[in-house]
Design a protein around this ligand. Sequence first.
Ligand code: CP
Length: 358
Amino acid sequence: MRTNKFLGKDWIDAELDFTKEEWETLIEVGLELKKRHAMNQDQTEILKGKTLFTMFFNQSLRTRSTFAAGIQQLGGFHVDLEPGKTYTPAREGFDIPYKTERIADVSRMLNRVGDAIAIRMYGPPAYWIYGFANSTIKEFAQYAEIPIINMECDKYHPTQALADLITIKEKFGTFKGINLTMSWAYSGSIEKPRAVPQSVVLAAAKMGMNVTLAHPKGFELDPEVIAACEKFSAETDGSFRITNDFDEGFKGAHIVYPKSWGSVYCFNYTDKTGKTVKKQDLEKAEKVNNENKNWRTTKKQMELVDKHGIYMHCLPADRGQEVDDDVIDGERSVVIDEAENRLHAHKAIMAMIMGGRL
Ligand code: CP
């Protein structure tokens, strides 16, 4: 089999681990597969006979449906291993007799019989400990030679970020000189991961865009993510800034991506030994959330963006809270294009890291 530098690589912290050039290749492959799909070209030779195991510890519509459809369109097959119906994979110290099974055993077993394992985990299955899910997915990788795909953890959602970059490339043709604002938005649901905003700002900075991160105080992202954004921006001659002003974030943006995420109070934090250093404080989380109900994208708010500016959201959106119907259903909204591009992004990732014949 021909080889390439993507072959066998894990897609876990992809914004950090894959280079700008590799992201550009994946965008091109995604667009190529999209074109072939639109022309009804058969793609079933690309991953013929390959098996993808999926494991969703959380709910999903887009990720679940597009990975399943994607592997089928490439000639492969997916087996959905529902945690709870199979023995739930668990880390040392979190075992429950005859209910859980050590990740070391699950991963080594699947490694012998399939071609990739894709995992989604954040929130309650990861005890709301920030970084626990990301480490859990990496533990699968430690015991498997086949690629591991992060379908959203508590730190990153890199498959979403690739679909978003494909969408931006389609809409603007370039990343250079494009102003993207990733903004917090109000939602009645206070417990949410930071994966989407962290992946979007990292991927946009990596591609050299002018990135603004807008959020009220109390909704800061991981300092390591901010440091990486600053580094990427310096390397690509893009820019990165943070504002705590909703209007300021929208002014002159070519792309606004207003999306709710959990405040700093909604996570438990541990040190390297696993000892809790700070506990979740849901009272404070509720308070800081309710103080910022005005961070809702209305038609009037959209008047602040560039005249060709677009509205993005990964979905599902909390309508009437994060955004008004006339914005998300309006002519500037590209949310369904983004959701569709999940299919082509996932096919590109699978084709490249699972040894597809393109
Ligand atoms: N955007 C996203 O990941 O959607 P799902 O939660 O439906 O998979």
